[in-house]
Design a protein around this ligand. Structure first.
Ligand SMILES: CC(C)(COP(=O)(O)OP(=O)(O)OC[C@H]1O[C@@H](n2cnc3c(N)ncnc32)[C@H](O)[C@@H]1OP(=O)(O)O)[C@@H](O)C(=O)NCCC(=O)NCCS
Length: 205
Protein backbone atom coordinates (compact mmCIF):
# COMPACT_ATOMS: atom_id res chain seq x y z
CA UNK A 1 0.00 0.00 0.00
CA UNK A 2 1.41 3.38 -0.96
CA UNK A 3 0.53 6.74 0.58
CA UNK A 4 -1.26 7.74 -2.64
CA UNK A 5 -3.83 4.96 -2.41
CA UNK A 6 -6.51 4.91 0.24
CA UNK A 7 -5.84 2.54 3.16
CA UNK A 8 -7.46 -0.86 2.54
CA UNK A 9 -8.50 -0.99 6.17
CA UNK A 10 -10.63 2.14 5.88
CA UNK A 11 -14.29 1.48 6.36
CA UNK A 12 -16.94 2.59 3.91
CA UNK A 13 -17.82 5.16 2.75
CA UNK A 14 -14.47 5.29 0.95
CA UNK A 15 -12.63 8.61 0.64
CA UNK A 16 -13.30 10.48 -2.60
CA UNK A 17 -11.21 13.59 -1.91
CA UNK A 18 -8.18 14.65 0.14
CA UNK A 19 -8.03 17.78 2.30
CA UNK A 20 -5.77 20.31 0.57
CA UNK A 21 -4.71 21.69 3.98
CA UNK A 22 -4.09 18.69 6.28
CA UNK A 23 -3.99 15.81 3.79
CA UNK A 24 -6.82 13.84 5.45
CA UNK A 25 -8.75 11.53 3.12
CA UNK A 26 -12.41 12.55 2.98
CA UNK A 27 -15.61 10.67 2.26
CA UNK A 28 -17.93 12.79 0.08
CA UNK A 29 -20.09 14.02 2.95
CA UNK A 30 -17.07 15.35 4.86
CA UNK A 31 -15.61 17.32 1.94
CA UNK A 32 -16.07 21.12 1.79
CA UNK A 33 -15.34 23.75 -0.85
CA UNK A 34 -13.02 26.74 -0.54
CA UNK A 35 -12.78 29.53 -3.10
CA UNK A 36 -9.27 30.82 -3.75
CA UNK A 37 -7.41 32.93 -6.26
CA UNK A 38 -5.79 31.09 -9.14
CA UNK A 39 -2.34 31.27 -7.58
CA UNK A 40 -3.44 29.60 -4.34
CA UNK A 41 -5.84 27.02 -5.74
CA UNK A 42 -5.45 23.55 -4.30
CA UNK A 43 -3.68 20.92 -6.27
CA UNK A 44 -0.10 20.06 -6.88
CA UNK A 45 2.33 20.61 -9.69
CA UNK A 46 1.42 18.64 -12.75
CA UNK A 47 3.29 15.36 -12.83
CA UNK A 48 4.06 12.87 -15.58
CA UNK A 49 1.33 10.30 -16.07
CA UNK A 50 0.81 7.62 -18.64
CA UNK A 51 -2.67 7.00 -20.01
CA UNK A 52 -3.01 3.61 -21.66
CA UNK A 53 -5.73 1.13 -22.63
CA UNK A 54 -6.59 -1.28 -19.82
CA UNK A 55 -5.35 -4.85 -20.06
CA UNK A 56 -6.86 -8.02 -18.51
CA UNK A 57 -4.31 -7.61 -15.70
CA UNK A 58 -6.03 -4.34 -14.64
CA UNK A 59 -9.30 -6.06 -13.79
CA UNK A 60 -8.77 -6.08 -10.03
CA UNK A 61 -7.73 -2.40 -9.96
CA UNK A 62 -10.73 -1.46 -12.11
CA UNK A 63 -13.12 -3.35 -9.85
CA UNK A 64 -11.58 -1.64 -6.84
CA UNK A 65 -11.80 1.91 -8.18
CA UNK A 66 -15.42 1.30 -9.29
CA UNK A 67 -16.22 -0.03 -5.84
CA UNK A 68 -14.76 3.06 -4.20
CA UNK A 69 -16.25 5.59 -6.61
CA UNK A 70 -19.67 4.09 -7.32
CA UNK A 71 -20.09 0.94 -5.21
CA UNK A 72 -20.21 -1.52 -8.12
CA UNK A 73 -19.08 -2.03 -11.73
CA UNK A 74 -22.57 -1.49 -13.18
CA UNK A 75 -23.13 2.25 -13.60
CA UNK A 76 -26.55 3.80 -14.21
CA UNK A 77 -26.51 6.87 -16.46
CA UNK A 78 -28.41 8.28 -19.44
CA UNK A 79 -31.36 6.00 -18.61
CA UNK A 80 -29.47 2.73 -18.96
CA UNK A 81 -26.95 0.55 -17.15
CA UNK A 82 -23.34 0.33 -18.35
CA UNK A 83 -21.01 -2.50 -17.36
CA UNK A 84 -17.60 -0.93 -16.76
CA UNK A 85 -15.88 -4.30 -17.14
CA UNK A 86 -17.09 -4.62 -20.73
CA UNK A 87 -16.56 -0.94 -21.59
CA UNK A 88 -13.45 0.62 -23.16
CA UNK A 89 -11.25 1.45 -20.20
CA UNK A 90 -8.27 3.81 -20.12
CA UNK A 91 -5.96 3.71 -17.11
CA UNK A 92 -3.79 6.54 -15.78
CA UNK A 93 -0.67 5.47 -13.95
CA UNK A 94 2.40 7.03 -12.47
CA UNK A 95 5.52 4.96 -11.93
CA UNK A 96 3.46 1.82 -12.52
CA UNK A 97 0.88 2.80 -9.89
CA UNK A 98 -2.82 2.86 -10.77
CA UNK A 99 -3.94 6.51 -10.35
CA UNK A 100 -7.28 6.76 -12.14
CA UNK A 101 -9.69 5.40 -14.68
CA UNK A 102 -11.96 6.63 -17.44
CA UNK A 103 -14.50 4.17 -18.78
CA UNK A 104 -16.08 4.80 -22.19
CA UNK A 105 -19.01 3.35 -24.13
CA UNK A 106 -20.91 4.33 -27.26
CA UNK A 107 -24.45 5.47 -26.52
CA UNK A 108 -26.86 6.74 -29.17
CA UNK A 109 -24.10 7.93 -31.50
CA UNK A 110 -22.08 9.68 -28.80
CA UNK A 111 -19.22 8.53 -26.61
CA UNK A 112 -20.38 8.31 -22.99
CA UNK A 113 -17.94 8.81 -20.19
CA UNK A 114 -19.38 6.09 -17.98
CA UNK A 115 -17.03 6.55 -15.06
CA UNK A 116 -14.16 8.93 -14.34
CA UNK A 117 -12.34 8.58 -11.07
CA UNK A 118 -8.94 9.61 -9.74
CA UNK A 119 -7.69 8.39 -6.38
CA UNK A 120 -7.54 11.22 -3.82
CA UNK A 121 -3.75 11.07 -3.50
CA UNK A 122 -3.35 11.74 -7.22
CA UNK A 123 -5.97 14.47 -7.61
CA UNK A 124 -5.13 18.04 -8.53
CA UNK A 125 -2.05 17.16 -10.55
CA UNK A 126 -3.57 16.77 -14.00
CA UNK A 127 -4.60 13.10 -14.05
CA UNK A 128 -8.30 13.85 -14.58
CA UNK A 129 -7.44 16.33 -17.35
CA UNK A 130 -5.19 13.75 -19.06
CA UNK A 131 -8.00 11.17 -18.92
CA UNK A 132 -10.45 13.66 -20.47
CA UNK A 133 -8.02 14.41 -23.29
CA UNK A 134 -7.61 10.66 -23.89
CA UNK A 135 -11.40 10.30 -24.00
CA UNK A 136 -11.65 13.13 -26.53
CA UNK A 137 -9.01 11.41 -28.67
CA UNK A 138 -10.95 8.13 -28.42
CA UNK A 139 -14.15 9.90 -29.54
CA UNK A 140 -12.29 11.43 -32.48
CA UNK A 141 -10.87 8.01 -33.47
CA UNK A 142 -14.39 6.57 -33.47
CA UNK A 143 -15.68 9.41 -35.63
CA UNK A 144 -18.29 10.53 -33.08
CA UNK A 145 -18.87 14.25 -32.70
CA UNK A 146 -19.66 14.46 -28.98
CA UNK A 147 -18.44 13.21 -25.63
CA UNK A 148 -21.02 13.18 -22.84
CA UNK A 149 -20.94 12.62 -19.12
CA UNK A 150 -23.34 12.48 -16.21
CA UNK A 151 -22.86 13.58 -12.65
CA UNK A 152 -25.09 14.39 -9.71
CA UNK A 153 -26.40 17.72 -8.39
CA UNK A 154 -24.25 17.55 -5.25
CA UNK A 155 -20.94 16.93 -7.01
CA UNK A 156 -19.76 20.52 -7.31
CA UNK A 157 -16.08 19.55 -7.92
CA UNK A 158 -17.13 17.38 -10.86
CA UNK A 159 -19.39 20.15 -12.25
CA UNK A 160 -16.46 22.55 -11.95
CA UNK A 161 -14.09 20.07 -13.54
CA UNK A 162 -16.29 19.18 -16.53
CA UNK A 163 -17.26 22.77 -17.35
CA UNK A 164 -13.59 23.79 -17.16
CA UNK A 165 -13.02 21.10 -19.79
CA UNK A 166 -15.56 22.41 -22.27
CA UNK A 167 -18.64 20.39 -21.23
CA UNK A 168 -22.01 22.17 -21.06
CA UNK A 169 -25.15 20.98 -19.28
CA UNK A 170 -27.78 19.81 -21.75
CA UNK A 171 -30.24 17.84 -19.62
CA UNK A 172 -31.20 17.31 -15.99
CA UNK A 173 -33.08 14.22 -14.90
CA UNK A 174 -34.67 15.63 -11.77
CA UNK A 175 -35.30 13.30 -8.85
CA UNK A 176 -33.92 10.20 -10.56
CA UNK A 177 -31.38 9.52 -7.80
CA UNK A 178 -34.13 9.68 -5.18
CA UNK A 179 -36.02 7.05 -7.16
CA UNK A 180 -32.82 4.97 -7.42
CA UNK A 181 -31.90 5.10 -3.72
CA UNK A 182 -35.42 5.35 -2.32
CA UNK A 183 -34.44 8.61 -0.58
CA UNK A 184 -32.18 11.65 -1.04
CA UNK A 185 -28.93 10.34 0.41
CA UNK A 186 -26.24 12.84 1.48
CA UNK A 187 -23.52 13.42 -1.11
CA UNK A 188 -20.72 15.97 -1.47
CA UNK A 189 -20.62 18.19 1.64
CA UNK A 190 -23.86 16.57 2.80
CA UNK A 191 -25.88 17.99 -0.12
CA UNK A 192 -28.86 15.69 -0.85
CA UNK A 193 -28.28 13.65 -4.01
CA UNK A 194 -31.38 14.12 -6.19
CA UNK A 195 -30.69 14.79 -9.86
CA UNK A 196 -28.58 13.40 -12.69
CA UNK A 197 -26.94 16.25 -14.57
CA UNK A 198 -25.91 15.45 -18.14
CA UNK A 199 -23.16 17.40 -19.85
CA UNK A 200 -21.82 17.25 -23.38
CA UNK A 201 -18.69 18.46 -25.13
CA UNK A 202 -18.37 18.68 -28.91
CA UNK A 203 -15.53 16.77 -30.52
CA UNK A 204 -14.07 18.27 -33.67
CA UNK A 205 -12.92 15.79 -36.31
C1 LIG B 1 -13.22 15.15 -10.67
C2 LIG B 1 -11.87 14.42 -10.79
C3 LIG B 1 -11.98 13.30 -11.79
C4 LIG B 1 -10.80 15.43 -11.26
O1 LIG B 1 -9.54 14.74 -11.35
P1 LIG B 1 -8.14 15.48 -11.02
O2 LIG B 1 -7.04 14.54 -11.33
O3 LIG B 1 -8.17 16.07 -9.68
O4 LIG B 1 -8.18 16.63 -12.13
P2 LIG B 1 -7.05 17.70 -12.54
O5 LIG B 1 -5.90 17.64 -11.60
O6 LIG B 1 -6.79 17.51 -13.98
O7 LIG B 1 -7.85 19.08 -12.36
C5 LIG B 1 -8.48 19.33 -11.13
C6 LIG B 1 -9.15 20.66 -11.07
O8 LIG B 1 -9.72 20.72 -9.77
C7 LIG B 1 -8.96 21.63 -8.97
N1 LIG B 1 -8.73 20.98 -7.70
C8 LIG B 1 -7.87 20.01 -7.39
N2 LIG B 1 -7.98 19.68 -6.10
C9 LIG B 1 -8.96 20.45 -5.61
C10 LIG B 1 -9.56 20.60 -4.33
N3 LIG B 1 -9.18 19.85 -3.29
N4 LIG B 1 -10.55 21.51 -4.18
C11 LIG B 1 -10.93 22.29 -5.21
N5 LIG B 1 -10.40 22.19 -6.44
C12 LIG B 1 -9.43 21.28 -6.62
C13 LIG B 1 -7.68 21.90 -9.71
O9 LIG B 1 -7.17 23.18 -9.40
C14 LIG B 1 -8.18 21.81 -11.14
O10 LIG B 1 -8.95 22.95 -11.45
P3 LIG B 1 -8.52 24.02 -12.55
O11 LIG B 1 -8.51 23.27 -13.86
O12 LIG B 1 -9.59 25.05 -12.49
O13 LIG B 1 -7.17 24.49 -12.15
C15 LIG B 1 -11.40 13.89 -9.41
O14 LIG B 1 -11.41 14.95 -8.49
C16 LIG B 1 -12.25 12.75 -8.88
O15 LIG B 1 -12.03 11.60 -9.22
N6 LIG B 1 -13.18 13.07 -7.97
C17 LIG B 1 -13.95 12.05 -7.27
C18 LIG B 1 -14.89 11.29 -8.14
C19 LIG B 1 -15.71 12.17 -9.06
O16 LIG B 1 -16.20 13.20 -8.67
N7 LIG B 1 -15.81 11.74 -10.31
C20 LIG B 1 -16.62 12.38 -11.31
C21 LIG B 1 -18.03 11.91 -11.13
S1 LIG B 1 -18.97 12.00 -12.59
Amino acid sequence: MTPDRADESLEMPYPQYRCAVCGKDLPLTEARLTVTCQEHRPGRDHADYTVRPATPGDRHDIEEICDRAWGETDVDAFGRTFDVLSAENLVAERDGEFAGLVSLALDRGELALVLLSVYPGFQGSGVGSALIEAAVAAARDKGVNALKTATTNDDIPALHFYQRHGFAIYEIETGILIDHHGEAIPGFAGIPVRDEIRLRRPVCP
